[in-house]
Unconditional design. Structure first.
Length: 845
């Protein structure tokens, strides 16, 4: 077996904060984003507010972090990337060839994503003179960026700034103007915690804010200042500082904003701190023990001013400003900046972002953590691109200032400030300008041909929470939006229904809200109708086209049977009770009351809905139920089936996550131990495990390729195919009782028989579904898989030896000609955990 991997849809998730800059060398800002294993250059149009993709380039590795920088006096920005290659890479965009060119590549550690190998965090000096990369633990390296005599970019050897027994939470470059470059880090020393078995040292461990200074004269990094800060701090934000090169005035007070749970702190070396609380949503049902955590930040500088937008994990944006004043020494020309107050207020709410960027043209790019990306317009409000309508300075939102608290909020740093609240509202300061389609996360997908067309469709469940979507994907065909209509609120249920049984299409859309029901008519336009006989003042629990030409509505206080001539027969719930759940079909209705009783109705031959007087007590409140459709030629669904346990097997080591069957054979996907072959022996009523995999794998999905073969994906991004020996398969099927299986001795602490690995390939995304399908009528069957980050790919079998030889030779030559952009070995990446076997990489160009 030999397969060709072809990616139909590359990953669409944006991983980490985007890099904003002028990469083309012209006066236009662009955005470089990481899509996990790909770099993409986006160009927003300042006139239309639309974002276009200029370049996408596979890197054949995992991008850990990226940032942009510009050398002092330069007109062009560069991209600096760290990855699992153990190398730091400086890239330049070439607009003529439309490619990223590698300018420098420096090796600093082992390949792979390791906790002590730098690259997880990346911070640049605001003046483009140095860059710091940090690991999660201990290691920090600083590189000096400069020009040579020919004005070409140069990068120095790494300077160490390690601190043993330290966990690093975040790093950021400190704006100090043209003084020696400085970086700030959030660190926790765990040396005492390691030696204390009681756990007391762990509870008393302090989180430190440490400033590292790069001495350009001595070419050395020193730890200049370190002080304890809030133990719940998680992010640092750069604050403008230093003198302006044009006017000589200070751009800001410098230092950093420390984002903590429930509050924000401004801090600089040897300066008084300022602290303000982060406003909470005004929600009486909120958990008071769950604080507000900042997950994304952006700072925007304007002429003579600056502000910050901080986003919480709920998606709320907060505008933060620093009121400061320049203090001049009367005896000399020295001056310094004194912070008067730190202010915060609610700004707007957008989807939770992996990163935020503000463009000079007045747009906010929201790199959404899940779902579509957005562009928003700012009047001083991109994934989402929003335009700023205003800066929030003249609205009615309350503003909280550190000057309103004793000692600027630092009277008792260990005590939380009083909680403050705000009320969320629709967008007021931002205007949605553009939305970039994204499939991530794909939770599950099925390939089916519901519409009996020439090609099947991919039905995918995407998104998370309130932004979840159910999508239909059809290769090469766009979906046309026929009609759209705004709703007065958020519905909690929706139905479509015909008016008559023989209607070819549905005529009504019924929307149920918390306090009412809305009925819309489907035509050239979607219009509200009020003469349908439906009760509009109550929510709806079920809707059914019943009988030949009648409609049925179930609401909490009764059942309405709307006849063809608009007459309404209504059954009302007994006093003191309500309907909590209902299920219907063409001729039957079952309603569950709040008294834990079931009420049954049936349509007679004259079209009347009759109640059966006997009510079934259930013993507890019914949450949901369902009745099957009426079989053709019958008056009712005759009975409800009850699933009885016939036999069971508890020998699986952890947890079962997937099941597929063929005949009496069952393939069981285990959470940690790959796939088990199980057979059911009817004569002895047993489920018997007779084969398993040789390697433990964390299965996320699998499918049967044939009776002896399966294809599966694991949570580490691998797709593999294994096969059971045909003689073993026949032997198991010929054993009527399974006595032979029971008598066999286990092998390698597992079943007696093992599968053989036929092919394995690292796709770089968590595989959420895999199926054997034919994408065109009469076409060859292929394996189609989907990934969590929005990846859709196929594994196409190569049928002839000539095809295998030609494509593998071509792949080998292409791999030699095109090196990875981040310095990762392509074969090592595709064989991340197990060497790649019998799969040709279709991404090699």
């Amino acid at each position: 077996m030999h397969l060709y991997n072809l990616t139909l849809q590359p990953p669409t998730a944006i991983c980490g904060a985007p890099a904003l800059g002028n990469f083309s060398g012209v006066r236009q800002q662009e955005i470089v984003v990481s899509r996990g294993t790909r770099l993409e250059l986006l160009r927003p149009d300042p006139n239309t507010g639309k974002v276009s993709s200029v370049l996408t380039q596979d890197v054949f590795g995992v991008i850990r972090s990226l940032a942009s920088f510009r050398l002092t006096g330069g007109t062009k920005d560069y991209v600096i990337v760290t990855s699992d290659s153990g190398r730091i890479v400086v890239l330049e965009y070439d607009p003529k060839a439309n490619v990223f060119n590698k300018l420098h590549q420096e090796t600093f550690g082992k390949s792979g994503t390791r906790r002590i190998v730098p690259g997880q965090y990346l911070a640049t000096d605001p003046k483009g003179r140095a860059v710091m990369i940090s690991a999660v633990e201990k290691a920090k390296l600083v590189y000096i960026l400069n020009r040579d005599a020919a004005a070409n970019l140069t990068i120095s050897s790494p300077l160490e700034a390690h601190k043993s027994h330290a966990i690093i939470h975040h790093i950021v470059g400190v704006d100090v103007g043209f003084d020696n470059p400085m970086f700030a880090a959030l660190e926790v020393d765990y040396s005492e915690s390691d030696q204390d078995p009681t756990g007391e040292a762990f509870n008393n461990a302090e989180k430190m804010l440490t400033f590292y200074e790069l001495d350009l004269g001595l070419n050395h990094v020193v730890r200049k200042w370190s002080e304890p800060t809030d133990n719940r701090a998680n992010l640092l934000v750069q604050v403008p500082g230093g003198r302006s090169g044009n006017t000589g005035d200070f751009d800001g007070p410098s230092g950093v904003l420390i984002c903590c749970e429930d509050h924000i702190i401004w801090r600089d070396m040897d300066s008084p701190q300022h602290r303000v609380p982060i406003p909470w949503r005004d929600n009486p049902l909120a958990d008071p023990n769950r604080g507000v955590i900042i997950v994304a930040t952006v700072m925007h500088k304007m002429r003579g001013a600056f502000f910050f937008l901080l986003q919480s994990e709920e998606g709320d944006l907060y505008k933060v400003t620093l009121e400061h004043e320049t203090i001049k020494n009367a005896d000399s020309d020295d001056a310094y900046v004194e912070v008067k107050s730190l202010k915060i207020k609610y700004f707007d709410t957008v989807p939770v972002a992996a990163g935020l960027s503000i463009l000079k043209s007045g747009y906010l790019f929201v790199a959404s953590e899940f779902g579509n990306q957005s562009v928003i317009e700012l009047t001083i409000g991109l994934s989402y691109l929003y335009q700023f309508q205003k800066l929030g300075d003249d609205d009615d939102e309350p503003e909280w200032s550190s000057s309103n608290y004793p000692q600027n909020g630092m009277a008792d740093p260990h005590t939380a400030l009083p909680a403050v609240h705000f009320r969320p509202r629709p967008l007021e300061n931002l205007l949605l300008q553009d939305e970039m389609e994204s499939l991530d996360p794909i939770i599950d997908a099925k390939v089916l041909n519901f519409f009996n067309t020439d090609t099947p469709q991919i039905f995918a469940a995407c998104g998370r929470g309130a932004r979840s979507t159910f999508r239909t994907l059809r290769h090469g065909l766009d979906v046309e939006e026929t009609v759209t209509s705004d709703l007065p609120g958020i519905p909690n249920a929706v139905w479509t229904t015909k008016i008559r049984e023989d209607d070819p299409h549905d005529s009504y859309i019924i929307l149920s809200f918390v306090n009412g029901t809305l009925v819309l008519s489907i035509g050239e336009t979607i219009e509200e109708v009020s003469d349908t006989g439906f009760l509009s003042s109550a929510p709806t629990l079920a809707v059914q086209q019943i009988g030949a030409d009648a409609l049925l509505q179930v609401h909490p206080h009764g059942i309405r049977h709307v006849l063809a001539d608009k007459r309404v027969n209504e059954w009302k719930v007994p006093a003191g009770k309500t309907i909590v759940a209902a299920t219907t079909n063409k001729r039957q209705v079952v309603a569950a009351l709040s008294s834990a009783e079931l009420v049954y109705f049936e349509l007679d031959l004259e079209g009347q809905l009759n109640e059966y007087q006997d009510r079934k007590p259930m013993g507890s409140t019914v949450l949901t139920m369902s009745v099957g459709p009426v079989p053709p030629g019958r008056q009712r669904t005759p009975y409800l089936k009850k699933l009885l346990r016939k036999c069971e097997n508890k020998a699986f080591p952890s947890a079962i996550v997937t099941l597929t069957t063929q005949g009496s054979r069952i393939l069981v996907g285990d959470m940690q131990e790959s796939v088990f072959y199980v057979t059911y022996k009817q004569s002895s009523n047993r489920l018997l495990i007779f084969a398993d995999d040789t390697s433990p794998r964390w299965i996320t999905s699998h499918t049967m390729v044939d009776y002896e073969t399966f294809a599966a994906g694991d949570k580490f991004g691998n797709v593999f195919i294994s096969r059971l020996d045909r003689s073993v398969s026949s032997q198991v099927d010929e054993d009527p009782t399974g006595a032979g299986i029971l008598a066999e001795k286990g092998f390698l602490m597992g079943a007696a028989h093992k599968t053989k690995l036929l092919a394995i390939y690292h796709v770089g995304d968590v595989v959420t579904s895999i199926q054997k399908v034919s994408m065109v009528a009469g076409g060859r069957e292929i394996l189609l898989y989907t990934g969590l980050h929005g990846t859709i790919g196929t594994l196409v079998p190569l049928v002839s030896k000539e095809d295998v030889d030609f494509i593998t030779t071509l792949e080998q030559h292409l791999r030699g000609e095109n090196q990875s952009l981040i310095g990762r070995d392509m074969l090592s990446y595709r064989g991340y955990y197990t060497p790649v076997k019998a799969v040709v990489d279709g991404k090699v160009r």
